[in-house]
Design a protein around this ligand. Structure first.
Ligand SMILES: [Zn+2]
Length: 286
């Protein structure tokens, strides 16, 4: 049974340094071929699903450096067994059904063994994740959508195809959104992984469509980290009886030292595991 023991909330400002687009999948308001996602009031939307997807891929890239594993949703390519890969899940599904019948403890152990570190945090078909990302909250933008021209490139000759042009919408640079990321019962490894991704995002990354054309460069500012420990009776009472965020959660202080400490810890435990391999450690059989 799920029991909430600890919650960590992270807030930050996300600033786009270049124009960016999250496609609407249809024609734009400006009649351009490829629209951007807008609210009914005509303001750009930065969906939590896009942010979570980007965060997941950042974590996948950094996981190895932290001594953690990532299935990359492809068991054969990554060599990591994880039920998020449909082919792998099909292979072990009967085994999973058996573990289900043996009770909760067996089921949890089975899931733990067959889920990579990244999917433990972000979720897999057999287990909910521990991380939630809200839609970006728009704080500032240029109040107009721009239209750019694109040409169709022939993949073989790498030249423009005569007469084949299209246009697409972008949101101009300097758009600013507020982000909110929640973690429930995070492990030290989860916090280390998220922390490493945040350092990367602060240095600058890219998000959305057409990033290979230089769109979607962004960085983070003003990261703040809050938490509540529900095993502490004082904190528990405030969390359950207060309505104001500042009273329900405590500020956990400087985000850089909070995450650096966990990253150092994770690196240390990865080094220790390497020196004395865990007997239950995963070995690749096929
Ligand atoms: Zn996985």
């Amino acid at each position: 049974m799920f029991q909430l023991n600890e919650k960590v909330r992270l807030t930050a400002s996300l600033v786009f340094d270049t124009a960016w687009r999250v496609g609407s999948g249809k024609e734009g308001e400006t009649m351009s071929d490829l629209g951007v996602m807008l609210t009914t009031a005509g303001e750009p939307i930065l969906p939590g699903s896009s942010l979570k997807g980007k965060l997941r891929s950042t974590c996948e890239t950094l996981s190895h450096a932290l001594g953690l594993n990532a299935c990359m949703l492809n068991h054969k390519a990554s060599g990591v067994k994880c039920t998020s890969d449909v082919d792998y899940y099909r292979k072990v599904r009967d085994d999973y059904q058996k573990a289900l019948k043996k009770g909760l403890k067996n089921r949890c152990q089975w899931i733990d063994k067959h889920t990579c570190d990244v999917c433990k945090l972000f979720g897999s078909p057999v287990k909910a994740g521990r991380l939630w990302v809200s839609d970006g909250m728009l704080k500032d933008w240029a109040s107009v959508v721009q239209v750019r021209d694109g040409v169709v490139i022939d993949r073989d000759s790498r030249t423009a195809v005569d007469g084949l042009k299209y246009d697409y919408e972008v949101v101009p640079p300097s758009s600013l959104f507020e982000l909110c990321i929640d973690l429930e019962n995070p492990t030290d490894a989860d916090i280390a992984l998220l922390g490493a991704a945040l350092f990367e995002w602060c240095a600058g990354s890219s998000l959305g469509g057409f990033t290979s054309r230089g769109l979607g460069r962004f960085h983070l500012e003003e990261i703040k980290v809050f938490g509540v420990d529900l095993n502490d009776p004082d904190q528990q009472l405030k969390f359950l009886t207060k309505t104001d965020f500042a009273e329900r959660f405590s500020n956990l202080g400087n985000w850089e030292s909070y995450f650096s400490d966990r990253i150092k810890q994770q690196l240390q435990s990865a080094a220790n595991n390497q020196q004395s391999p865990n007997p239950a450690g995963e070995t690749e059989e096929d």
